[in-house]
Design a protein around this ligand. Structure first.
Ligand SMILES: [Zn+2]
Length: 499
């Protein structure tokens, strides 16, 4: 653990004590310069070597549910505690296994009676827990007859459940947002069971087996064809029996969360990287690079009297569905969410054939997902300014939902970060900007056994660790460019994953 000199502490605490606006203006700049100087590539690489050694000692992986993950957790938590942080381990659930003992049951019990045919009219929605419930069905924002093209927003927003009576079975139409999101909202609204049915356009009428891969609601759920959904929706007071006979085994991994001792807890600067790898490899670029970088920043700033609270997150189970960040955000109250002023995500920052990509907060690239929540554009601009100060170019990268910022932007928390590229192919324009090889992947070892220490670009790691330090340091003292939020102002966005 490296210490700062007394002179530095004095330089920082003096303007704080004076607390004049003029004094505060320069403080973010001064702290950014100091922290960037303290944060060093070789220190980041020491953490990477530790993660590599952990993978090597644990079958070549640090994936969710493996001993390599727990060893990674212990390493990071240990370093943070040693640096003086209060460390919290937050247990996260993931699906360890799921199997079906018998076909599911879906039957109309009133008015009249009718049994639907399992594994034809409807299927268990994997990973549905076991359950047997008889209750009235309530449709959620259904579009019947269906629109000419797929567009149903049924169940995508929590507000759609405002009039939902807890204890009923939610009837939800396919469309627009991820199944997982509809299911989670229904679970939160107190549904006793969930029927999702196909939307109804040509080619979107049948039932089929579906796996959302994530555990989202603790009630039985099935996926039905359009005819079943349409019939139940058009039967006033329809009551059904819904039974799923399955065995769901949940596993647990921990998020590692650490907070600065100093700083105003009403203004939280949050940063995160995922701590798990895929099963195929040690995950040294993905995302050892982000993990090691923010860990180094945490160690170097442990004793600085920052103005705003800085919170470091090392996420569990990102590679199997952003589970760590998702369950973290879900567990926060509205007030706790509002206190997180920015979320900075660093997932893959040292790709061997790198480009300096910044999340496109203002959607200036006009591709894929819309702009991030208000403040995201400002985060992108602040990161751009750092690279510009080193005469380095940057390009945008879409908020495509492939990393842990997803759950944050979904609840209106402004986000940004750096990404040096994964399996995508570097363009000729990018090769002209950044060097490297056009027509080749940014990271040819993405999600493979060869994502080892040899898969790290030292230049990118060094520059990005400094950019990360600069960004965290500035927000640790100055959040004026970021609009403050209230519950009313934080309009949830709809996640744009598979529908
Ligand atoms: Zn990753």
């Amino acid at each position: 653990m490296r210490r700062i000199t007394i002179a530095l502490i004095t330089a920082l605490s003096l303007p704080l004590a004076m607390a004049t606006p003029a004094g505060a203006v320069g403080l973010d700049d001064a702290f950014a310069k100091l922290l960037v100087k303290q944060v060093k590539g070789p220190n980041v690489k020491k953490h990477l070597e530790a993660l590599q050694a952990i993978a090597t000692a644990n079958g070549g992986t640090r994936a969710a549910g493996t001993p390599g993950y727990n060893a990674s957790r212990d390493y990071v938590a240990g370093r943070l505690r040693k640096a003086g942080y209060k460390v919290t381990l937050q247990p996260i659930n993931y699906v360890e296994s799921w199997s079906e003992n018998a076909p599911p049951t879906l039957a109309l019990t009133a008015p009249g009676s009718k049994s639907y045919v399992p594994n034809e009219d409807f299927y268990s929605f994997q990973p549905s827990p076991a359950g047997d419930v008889t209750a009235q069905v309530q449709g959620v924002d259904l579009t019947l007859p269906p629109a000419p093209s797929p567009s149903s927003n049924s169940g995508c927003e929590e507000s759609a459940f405002a009039g939902f009576v807890p204890g009923r079975i939610a009837l939800i139409q396919r469309g627009t947002c991820a199944f997982a999101q509809k299911i989670r909202n229904a679970g939160r609204a107190g549904a006793a069971g969930i029927i999702v049915f196909n939307e109804g356009q040509p080619g979107r009428t049948d039932a089929f087996p579906l796996d959302i891969g994530e555990w989202r609601a603790d009630v039985p759920m099935v996926f039905a064809d359009f005819a079943v959904g349409n019939e139940l929706a058009s039967t006033p007071g329809a009551t059904v029996r819904l039974k799923v006979d399955s065995k769901l085994v949940l596993g647990t991994n921990d998020n590692v969360i650490a907070e600065s001792r100093f700083g105003d807890p009403r203004h939280v600067v949050m940063t995160g990287a995922h701590l798990d790898s895929v099963t195929a490899g040690p995950g040294i670029n993905d995302d050892g690079s982000g993990t090691a970088s923010i860990l180094e920043v945490a160690e170097e700033m442990a004793h600085f009297p920052v103005k705003n609270k800085v919170r470091f997150a090392f996420w569990a189970a990102e590679e199997i569905g952003l589970l760590g960040s998702d369950q973290y955000v879900e567990a926060l109250s509205e007030a706790e969410r509002d206190r997180i002023r920015v979320y900075l995500n660093f997932d893959m920052v040292a790709s061997p054939n790198y480009a300096y990509k910044l999340y496109d907060g203002d959607n200036s690239d006009n591709v894929g997902s819309p702009a991030g929540p208000p403040g995201s554009a400002e985060i992108e601009r602040q990161l751009q300014a750092f690279y510009a100060s080193r005469h380095l170019p940057t390009v945008g990268t879409d908020f495509d939902g492939r990393s842990d910022y997803g759950p944050f932007i979904a609840v209106g928390i402004p986000s940004g970060g750096i990404f040096t590229g994964a399996e995508g192919i570097k363009t000729a324009e990018e090769a002209a900007l950044f060097g490297g090889t056009a027509g080749a992947a940014y990271d040819a070892c993405y999600h493979q056994a060869c994502d080892t220490m040899a898969n790290i670009n030292d230049t990118a790691l060094d520059v990005d660790a400094d950019a990360i330090a600069d960004s965290i340091a500035r927000y640790a003292f100055n959040l004026r460019s970021i609009p403050s939020r209230t519950a009313a102002g934080a309009a949830p966005q709809v996640a744009k994953t598979a529908t």
